[in-house]
Design a protein. Structure first.
Length: 106
């Protein structure tokens, strides 16, 4: 999220709006937003309904405190609600960033 926050001005200049969905609850996300100085919305999905709807749940975390967490994924969604691009990694340690988003917006 920190890298996306740093690239948010370029993403906005490219005509997009950044949002993040996380399986943490609202209270936790509020602390994250304040601590990391995140300017874009962080949406709580503590029941993982959105995560499941997009098919990005990390099933290797079943029966752990991380059950319901998503694989790190970025979706580019047009104004009509159509997914025009997506980027996913199977691990939390690897993420796509600002350059990938801007390239997909072109």
């Amino acid at each position: 999220m920190v890298e996306l926050q740093a690239g948010n001005p370029q993403i906005t200049d490219a005509g997009a709006t950044l949002w993040a969905v996380n399986f943490d609850n609202k209270k936790t996300l509020k602390k994250v937003k304040e601590t990391l100085k995140i300017s874009f919305p962080l949406l709580a999905d503590d029941k993982s309904k959105t995560i499941d709807a997009y098919g990005v749940r990390n099933h290797t975390k079943k029966d752990t405190e991380l059950e319901g967490i998503a694989h790190p994924t970025i979706f580019i969604i047009d104004q009509g609600g159509k997914i025009t691009a997506s980027f996913a990694f199977g691990t939390v340690g690897k993420r796509h960033g600002t350059k990938d988003i801007i390239k997909a917006l072109k």
